[in-house]
Write a protein that binds this ligand. Structure first.
Ligand code: KG4
Ligand code: ZN
Length: 336
């Protein structure tokens, strides 16, 4: 089963060819980060226009990299939401045109479902794919959620953020520290040589029984500290980044452990851009060893936005016969 994935929900124009829902034959990501960085965040109209200019070459490159012909494809899977409406439209209209011209099935993929499916990519023995049921921690720029997954598409939300997403907190704090956009990667890098105990920062909803998150208080605490002093530099900056990262990682790990134990699940899947964070990956590895659960975190390139995960999710939908029509539209607010 050979599926072409197309992803344009935000600021990456991406196409990938995936075989049997797991073997990545080609994975092309054209990032617009350099364009948006000068504005300190993604400018939707600029994103749409750049997708228009890039989508066809990106798809052609994926087909060439995979060493296949368009006629070899079994289906075309595309992100239909959630995301920026104009950006989503570019991918969806392109995928519809391809599906029509090639006479191939079209599959509408939920971007969040795509992140969840990333855990199934590139599984060759001895690495087994996640088994069902499992717990998923989805941590991206727009979402922070704990989800119970009983089967592909059978999900139950256990907890979510009440305000900012974890990635959003990384990006906003990165901006306050003068690290540019997006801040997540920069904070991760500097935190590696910082002291996580240097700056005392709050852990919201830590003592509570629920599985929700809140990061706006942490963001305000950072803003308040920075308003009283000069921007930290050198080792002090590293310490600040390490302390902030530890505050985010602590609550993500604590709530994941609580949810897994409460639901009696034996595996945890972690996905979304923040799953690339080295501090989070290391802390979860320790938790998995202590609590005895299987931990599945995709390689970083499949944590951040990509089309291989869309093709993987599309293959699961194809197996269930969930095809879209050529009247497919986008849904910027599509829930999981
Ligand atoms: O999943 P993603 O690529 O796009 C969304 O669907 O939102 O996630 C992007 C988010 C951004 O907020 C970015 O700062 C964050 O993931 N991110 C990271 C790291 N890499 C990306 N956050 C912390 N550490 C990282 N290494
Ligand atoms: Zn994403």
């Amino acid at each position: 089963m050979l599926v072409l994935g197309v992803e344009t929900s935000c600021d990456e124009t991406a196409a990938a060819v995936v075989e049997d829902g797991c073997r990545v034959r080609a994975n092309v990501v054209a990032s617009q980060i350099a364009t948006h960085a000068q504005y300190g965040g993604v400018v939707p109209e600029v994103a749409s226009r750049q997708h228009v200019a890039t989508i066809v070459p990106v798809i052609e490159r994926a087909i060439a990299d995979a060493g296949v012909q368009f006629r070899d494809l079994d289906a075309i899977a595309v992100t239909a939401g959630p995301g920026l409406v104009g950006a989503l439209l570019v991918g969806v209209e392109t995928a519809k045109a391809l599906a029509f011209a090639l006479g191939k099935p079209l599959i509408a993929v939920n971007h969040l479902g795509g992140h969840l499916a990333a855990a199934f990519l590139e599984h060759a023995p001895p690495h087994a794919p996640p088994t069902y049921p499992h717990l998923a921690l989805l941590v991206s720029g727009g979402h922070t959620a704990l989800i119970r997954i009983d089967a592909p598409g059978a999900t139950r939300l256990l907890g979510a953020t009440r305000d900012d997403a974890a990635g959003e907190a990384f990006d906003k704090v990165g901006k306050m520290l003068g690290l540019g956009y997006p801040g997540g990667v920069a904070i991760d890098k500097l935190a590696a040589t910082g002291d996580p105990r240097a700056v005392a920062l709050p852990r919201a909803l830590a003592g509570r029984d629920d599985l929700d998150f809140s990061f706006s208080g942490l963001k305000t605490a950072v803003a308040t500290l920075l308003a009283r002093r000069e921007l930290p530099r050198d080792q002090e900056l590293n310490d600040f980044c390490a302390s902030f990262q530890a505050a985010v990682v602590d609550v993500l790990v604590r709530k994941s452990r609580r949810a897994r134990a409460r639901e009696g699940l034996s595996a945890l899947v972690v996905c979304g851009g923040v799953a690339a964070n080295r501090g989070l990956r290391a802390a979860l590895a320790v938790a998995a060893a202590e609590d005895g659960f299987a931990l599945h975190i995709p390689p970083p390139k499949y944590c951040t936005d990509n089309a291989a995960m869309i093709a993987a999710a599309g293959t699961q939908l194809l197996a269930r016969g969930a095809l879209a029509g050529l009247d497919l539209s986008v849904d910027p607010g599509l829930p999981l």
